[in-house]
Ligand binder design. Sequence first.
Ligand code: SF4
Length: 282
Amino acid sequence: MASLEDLLKFTKVVESSVCIEESGEILRRYYRFRASKNYGGSAVGDVLGCNLGCVYCWCWSINSKLKLGDYRKPKDVVEILLSIARRDGFRIVRLSGGEPTLCFDHLVNVLKIFASVRRSEIFVVETNGIVLGVNDDYVHRLKPYRSAIVVRLSIKGCSEEEFEKITGFNRSVFYLQIKALENLDAEGIPYTVAIPISFCSKNSFSKLVEILTQRIGDHVFSYLEPEVFILYPSTVRRLCRKGLKPWILYEPITRRKIGRGEVDEFFRELCREQGGRGSEGS
Ligand code: SF4
């Protein structure tokens, strides 16, 4: 099982591959800009590179090709995002794909420029929270932009054990995400907590809620967002190989929910097609 130290080393390796410094400014690789239906319509910049490798990640394969895309300056990123948002009448702009908090100076500059030129647009920072949990001062650096941003922190599993299964990193790393949430709450930065309920047991979910309310307060309830796993074809092979399956999922091609009683057979068939093993138990 990879340790926190391994994770920090890996983070540095990814950062050095996807970011460069040019005239005192940090540029980051982006592999795509697009309009998305999520959040009722949003302009998205897909950054390259992540410090985790979640089993259910839809962009894992892209994020492992660290030479894809082009280096972008913060100013150009904001211009592109706002031009998509204003063209399509969206209020939300966001970074997705990889982990936006890598190369943190780049992100801070993007937010600084965004906050200075936005009208009513809001910037959603989607993150796994690890970098924000490791570096206390990073959350503090987001504070000047709090009226312009919402941090959407996606917890990886509801317990240390589930975190290990999903990410392959040691269970102690799980608590860095909780620490990041505490920091965000303490600094008064708007945030939401995405919980991958499809990979959580009832027991682990209730324990997580207890931990969050104890460490943050009952008001955290208003920020929780249950997230049902969407079965993108790119995720199937890794799930089968790792023997991990959700207890509920949404299948976007046939547009149907696969729930308890159906998942076992559904995954056995999927994994057979992949030549992997059918998974038992999540
Ligand atoms: S944190 Fe997000 S981008 Fe990174 S591997 Fe996990 S799901 Fe993918």
